[in-house]
Design a protein around this ligand. Structure first.
Ligand code: HEC
Length: 277
C-alpha cells in the first residue's frame, strides 16, 4: 500500500511543477499578445556604419603609410587633447614611415609630458617624452570619459567604418519624429545627437567641425570627410600594427600545408602501389 502511496505523491509533485511552469508560460504569452514590447528610440533611430574602404581591408590588404601619417596628424592635432593612445609607443610611428629623428622630435614636442616620480621625495614631476615612451595618459576635466583609442577599432564592430561614421555623423537637431514618439529620448545637456553612437547621445563634442582643420603636407585636401577617413585608418593600424605580418604568415602556412598535402598524397600512392586495398 505504502509504495503506491509514495509513488502517487511523487507523481503529484511532478505534476504540480509542470502545472506552474505551464501557467507561467501562458501568462507570458498572454502578456506579449496584450502588450507587445514597444520599440525603443535606439532601435528605431540608430544607424549602422557607412561603408568605408581602406587599403588594409581584406587578406591582401596593405597599410597605406601616406594615409596613416595623415591620420596621425589628425589624431595629434584634434583628438590627442582628450584621448590617449597609451598602448602604443612613439617609436611605433617608425612603422608608418617616420624616421628616427622625426619620431624623437614628435615625442619631444608632445604637449602632454611623461609623469615621473622622484624616488627619494616621492613627489611627482614631469619630463619630455622619449621615443621609447608610451603616449602619455590624458586628463580630461569635461563631461564623459574619453576612452583610450589604441584598441578602439577592435573594440567596436566594424571599427574603421564606425569611427569614420561617428565622426561625420553628428546632427544639429534630433529628428522631429524621434522627439514626437520618444519624448524621453531628448538629448541631455552636455551631450550631442549622433545616430551612429549606440545610445544616440554622445558626450564627445563634434571634434571635426569643418574642412582644413589640419594642413596635410602631401597636398591632400583636408576635408572633414577625408580627415575622418584618415584618422579611422590610423586607429585601425594602432589596433593591429602587425596585420600585414599576420596575413603574410597565414599565407605561408596555407602554401606549406598545400605542398605537404601533395607530398603526403604522393607518398600514399607510392607506399600502396601494387598492394590490393
Ligand atoms: C573635447 C574632447 C574630445 C575630443 C577633441 C575628441 N574626443 Fe572622442 N570622446 C570624447 C569623450 C568625452 C568621449 C566619451 C563619449 C561618451 O561615452 O559618451 C569620446 C568617445 C570617443 C569614441 C568612442 C565612442 C564609443 O563608441 O564608445 C571614439 C571612437 C572617439 N571618441 C574618437 C575620437 C576621435 C577620432 C577624435 C579626433 C578626431 C576625438 N574622439 C576627439 C571626447 C573627445
Amino acid at each position: 500500500m505504502l509504495p503506491l502511496f509514495m509513488r502517487s505523491i511523487k507523481f503529484l509533485v511532478g505534476l504540480a511543477f509542470i502545472g506552474v511552469l505551464f501557467l507561467s508560460l501562458v501568462g507570458t504569452i498572454v502578456g506579449l499578445v496584450k502588450e507587445p514590447p514597444q520599440p525603443t528610440a535606439e532601435e528605431e533611430f540608430h544607424h549602422h556604419p557607412k561603408p568605408l574602404k581602406l587599403a588594409s581591408d581584406g587578406p591582401f590588404g596593405k597599410f597605406d603609410n601616406a594615409q596613416l601619417q595623415r591620420g596621425f596628424l589628425v589624431f595629434e592635432k584634434v583628438c590627442a587633447s582628450c584621448h590617449s593612445l597609451n598602448l602604443a609607443s612613439f617609436r611605433d610611428l617608425q612603422q608608418i614611415g617616420y624616421n628616427e629623428a622625426e619620431v624623437k622630435k614628435i615625442a619631444k614636442d608632445w604637449p602632454i609630458k611623461q609623469p615621473v616620480q622622484d624616488p627619494k621625495a616621492g613627489t611627482w614631476g614631469e619630463r619630455d617624452n622619449l621615443a621609447s615612451d608610451r603616449f602619455p595618459k590624458v586628463f580630461y576635466p569635461g563631461t564623459g570619459t574619453p576612452p583610450d583609442l589604441t584598441l578602439i577599432a577592435k573594440a567596436r564592430h566594424n571599427g574603421g567604418a564606425y569611427i569614420y561614421s561617428l565622426l561625420t555623423g553628428y546632427e544639429d537637431k534630433q529628428p522631429a519624429e524621434l522627439l514626437k514618439n520618444f519624448p524621453g529620448a531628448k538629448t541631455p545637456e552636455g551631450s550631442h545627437y549622433n545616430p551612429y553612437f549606440a545610445n544616440l547621445n554622445i558626450a564627445m563634442p563634434p571634434p571635426l567641425t569643418g574642412d582644413d582643420q589640419v594642413t596635410y603636407s602631401d597636398g591632400t585636401r583636408a576635408t572633414k570627410d577625408q580627415m575622418a577617413k584618415d584618422v579611422a585608418a590610423f586607429l585601425v593600424w594602432s589596433s593591429e600594427p602587425t596585420l600585414q605580418k599576420r596575413h603574410a604568415a597565414g599565407f605561408a602556412v596555407v602554401i606549406f600545408l598545400l605542398i605537404a598535402t601533395g607530398l603526403a598524397y604522393g607518398a600514399y600512392l607510392t607506399v600502396w602501389r601494387g598492394v590490393k586495398h
